[in-house]
Write a protein that binds this ligand. Structure first.
Ligand SMILES: Nc1nc2c(ncn2[C@@H]2O[C@H](COP(=O)(O)OP(=O)(O)O)[C@@H](O)[C@H]2O)c(=O)[nH]1
Ligand SMILES: [Mg+2]
Length: 462
């Protein structure tokens, strides 16, 4: 017998069994389909912490011939204590015959010792046809929990509750598409109360699941800060600019700037993908590739408000941060003129706004750091850039964390409504900007990185 919980998820076809498995094991590779009968063989999925199984769920085909199966079990009158053995006999009898294929697949893990999660749809009325399968499950004698999945609403939840109470010692409502992490824990905890086996395998699984979450969030904060550092320090060299005569620069610049911009987006997306891989989302990529297009115009003026960054407030923040950090003094500009570039039309105007306008070396902008050998674009100098990156990264991370692995729709990132970075207290905003500036100086091993990680971790758990 395994030293971790194993639960078989069973029920009628199309009630969300696979969705429950996918959500609980945090695995988006579980097959979910609107067509019934797509799961033909039982499939085992586990959640692993440091390579060790925390718990395992078995996704099973639905009952297909429950009435015949029960008739076989009942062919002779049996006292209750002998019924589990009779079910085992059924599995043995039809294991290789192909008859009762689905029932055998479904009962096999249960006979081998798995607990039972029975899934029903709370938006459809209860009907006695379910009694056959519930009776079969009762015959197994295994600990049983019934889940009412409100697939299309909860109209019949109360009715189901009445019926299920007679076959299951515990009945819970659980929506695999929206259940929170705490609800996952609660479900395991409830099951643990049903399981009468000695030892504390459920307590242990719950502790490990909590540890799994903490560990992943810590790693997430690490990835976010490392990626912030990469974006804030990114520089691009251009041989084309070097070769060109000074007069040609204005013609070549837009293409170089768009290359720079593209690379920033690539870096950002790369960070997001690292996070998706960490949380075992394999399917988000294509969805987000489309989102990336919308996000891609980092220098697009409209993005300033789109990501919760009101221009006026940002001017204020950069002015305040500037006063503290001497940033604006470096640039030799006031807060509003920093923006004049960003608001003014044209790519060049936008970029110089973003990158920090500084006419030095014969009217060349600061980001075009002119030296004998090299033209370097970047790093982005505007202190608000860190803010934008951080806000975007947190929006993505939060949307991903709130998402069930059973969700097969596109990931939508809700930036409206929370306007998160903007809602932070002014002193927090200034502190963050300061830490970002230190991050650039100290690198991702420094103290500022540590402080930023702690803050991000807090934001991800809030
Ligand atoms: N809206 C909604 N759809 C669900 C929910 N659970 C399952 N579904 C959908 O119902 C269909 C069957 O789900 P699946 O998990 O494959 O059911 P199974 O056949 O019992 O394994 C799929 O199209 C799911 O997307 C839910 O809680 N809400
Ligand atoms: Mg299924």
């Amino acid at each position: 017998m395994a030293d971790y919980p194993i639960l078989a998820v069973v029920g009628h076809p199309n009630k969300g069994k696979s969705s429950v498995v996918s959500a609980l094991t945090q695995n988006d590779q579980v097959h979910i389909s609107p067509l019934s009968g797509t799961t033909r063989v039982a499939q085992h999925f586990s959640l692993k912490l440091d390579g060790e199984t925390v718990f395992e769920l078995v996704d099973t085909p639905g009952f297909q011939r429950a009435a015949k199966c029960l008739a076989w079990l009942r062919v002779e009158e049996l006292p209750a204590d002998q019924r589990p053995a009779r079910v085992a006999e059924f599995v043995e009898q039809f294991r290789s015959s192909g008859q009762f294929f689905d029932e055998v697949e479904l009962l096999k893990p249960i006979v081998a010792g798995a607990g039972i999660i029975y899934v029903v749809d709370g938006s459809l009325p209860y009907s006695p046809e379910y009694e056959t399968e519930m009776e079969i499950l009762r015959w197994t004698g295994r600990p049983r929990l019934a889940l009412i999945n409100p697939i299309g609403g909860d109209a019949y939840v109360a009715q189901w509750q009445q019926a299920l109470n007679q076959y299951f010692s515990l009945v819970k409502q659980f929506d695999p598409l929206h259940a929170s992490f705490d609800q996952h824990l609660q479900l395991l905890r409830s099951f643990g109360e049903l399981d009468s086996r000695p030892g504390r395998i459920f307590d242990q699984a719950i502790e490990q699941l909590e540890q799994y979450r903490r560990q992943k969030l810590e790693q997430a904060a690490r990835i976010l800060v490392e990626n912030l550092y990469r974006l804030l320090t990114y520089q691009q060299s251009s041989s084309r600019l070097e070769q060109a005569a000074r007069e040609q620069l204005p013609e070549l610049l837009p293409a170089e700037i768009s290359r720079f911009n593209q690379h920033l987006n690539w870096l950002e997306r790369d960070g997001q993908q690292q996070l998706e891989a960490l949380f075992l989302y394999h399917r988000l990529e294509s969805d987000l590739a489309r989102l990336e297009v919308r996000q891609s115009e980092l220098m697009d003026e409209s993005q300033w408000t789109l990501w919760g960054l009101e221009k006026k407030q940002l001017v204020l923040v950069s002015a305040a941060a500037g006063a503290t950090l001497g940033l604006l003094a470096d640039a030799g500009l006031g807060g509003s003129s920093l923006f004049a570039g960003a608001i003014g039309g044209g790519v060049l105007g936008g970029v110089s706004g973003w990158l920090g306008l500084d006419w030095f070396k014969q009217q060349l902008p600061a980001w075009l750091q002119f030296s004998a050998e090299q033209h370097l674009l970047g790093p982005v100098k505007d202190p608000n850039f860190a803010f934008v990156i951080l806000g975007r990264a947190l929006s993505h991370a939060r949307a991903m964390l709130a998402r069930s692995h059973a969700d097969r729709e596109r990931l939508t990132i809700h930036q409206a409504g929370d306007h998160f970075m903007q809602s932070l207290e002014m002193k927090v905003q200034i502190r963050l900007l300061k830490q970002c500036k230190q991050l650039v100086r100290q690198g991702p091993q420094g103290q500022a990185a540590e402080q930023l990680r702690a803050w991000i971790y807090q934001q991800l758990t809030a």
